[in-house]
Each structure stands twice: as C-alpha cells, then as structure tokens.
Unconditional design. Structure first.
Length: 253
C-alpha cells in the first residue's frame, strides 16, 4: 500500500513546479488528487497526463481559495489532506513595492492558504476526522533578500499561521506543518531568473557552482518529503516549520 492510500488530497497551486511534483507523488502513493491552477491549458494537460482532477481557480480570490476545498468535498465527500503550494515571487524591495504588489503577495502567499485551511479544517472537524496540512513556505520567512520584501513578509506570516493553526487543532488530530524550501529548480524559477535577473540558458550551472551541495533543490525530492508529512508515517509531528534547504540559518563564517 502507498503512503496515501485512500486519502483525498487537494494541492492548491498544483499545475506546475513543486505543486505538480506533489500531485504526481501523491498519486503514486495511492491518493485521490485534486489540484488547482489559474491556467486551464496547463492544468488540463497535467490532469490528462496523470488522472488527477483539475479545478481552475484564482487563489487571489479568497472565495475561490476556500471554494477549492468545497469543490473537492462535493466531488469526493471529504478532504483528508491539503497542500498549499501556490506562490507569487515577483520582486519588490521595501522602497519600491507598491500597495498593489504588496496586496498581491498577501493574497496569494498568505490569504489563500488561510482560507483554504479554514475550509479544510471545517470539513475535518465537522466529521470528527483527523487530517493533515502541509504549507509550502520559503526560507525567506527568516528574512529574505532585499528584493523580496513583500514575499518575505507574507511567507513569515504563513510560518506563524502554520504554528498557530497546528496548536489550535492539535486535539482535533489535525496535523499542520510547513516547509521552508530554498532555491529550487522549477519552470517558474527559470522564468523568474530570465525576467528579473537577465539570466541565460546556463543560469542553473552558475547557480549550482555557488551552492554547498553543487545543485539546486529538486522538485521530486521536495514532493517526497511533503507526501511523508501528509502521511501517517510522519507520526505525531505537528506545528513544525522545517528548513528544507542547504543554507544553515544562524550559522556564521
């Protein structure tokens, strides 16, 4: 049996990158998987390739974020596991971030997970059933670089929310954890490097040369870790925000 056999899993932001990797890993481990994304053509292709159920949603709208859970429950009768993997990484510093950019980061990176969790935990508690949530956060929750000010603020908020919700619902046997992932090799990161940093085709090789492990984080490795946290094999762990990275925060040279 797979680690998620007979579980109903919703992956918000699951049409590409880390989210898509989690969709594939959860299916491999026996789950029934629903995932969301904004782009219909991308989501429908992944659904056709994998057999997962695609729900088109703009998670910047709180009603659509919570609605993704409602549509999952309507389709399968319940939700057992939620992954919040959607993320906006557009650049902005303290000095040049507009209110519009700030609000966009808060909407996708913090508000959407909040209301998706609200809906999922409501379903779990109404049934008196245990469940699990994994929030994909970022090592920027520790502070982040100057050009990611609103992103870092939102991710720090999500780290705090993860711990708060885990504490609030520990007696409901709902386990809520988060991953502070570092620099990861995804389609979205490739687009970001080219759009914001004038990167060429060799940006991955250049980046890897400056990293302790000699490579960027890999989607499949993160996805396997998320599946473990969603599953019973992670035991009683809740309220943990794990640094999944090769940077050692607090270490000094």
């Amino acid at each position: 049996m797979g680690l998620l056999e007979d579980k109903v899993v919703l992956v918000n932001g699951g049409s590409q990158g880390v989210g898509a990797g989690i969709v594939r890993a959860a299916l491999r481990e026996g789950a029934t998987v629903v995932f969301t994304g904004r782009r219909a053509e991308v989501g429908e292709k992944l659904a056709a390739d994998t057999g997962a159920r695609f729900v088109r949603a703009d998670l910047a709208d709180a009603a659509q974020a919570s609605g993704s859970v409602v549509r999952t429950v309507d389709a399968y009768g319940r939700i057992d596991c939620l992954v919040n993997a959607a993320g906006l990484t557009s650049r902005g510093s303290l000095l040049d971030t507009t209110p519009e950019l700030f609000d966009a980061h808060m909407a996708i990176n913090l508000r959407a997970p909040f209301f998706a969790m609200q809906a999922a935990v409501t379903d779990m508690t109404s049934r008196g059933a245990p469940g699990t949530v994994v929030n994909i956060i970022s090592n920027c929750a520790h502070g982040g670089p100057p050009h990611l000010a609103p992103y870092s603020a939102a991710k720090a908020g999500l780290a705090g929310l993860t711990r708060n919700a885990a504490h609030a619902h520990r007696w409901d046997r709902i386990r809520i954890n988060g991953l502070n992932i570092g620099w990861t090799d995804t389609e979205g990161e490739d687009a970001t490097q080219r759009a914001f940093h004038d990167a060429g085709d060799d940006w991955r090789e250049k980046a890897a040369a400056g990293l302790p492990m000699g490579r960027l984080g890999q989607v499949d490795e993160i996805a396997d870790f998320v599946v473990l946290l969603l599953s019973d094999r992670s035991g009683v762990v809740t309220g943990s925000v794990i640094d999944w990275d090769q940077t050692v925060f607090g270490g000094l040279d």
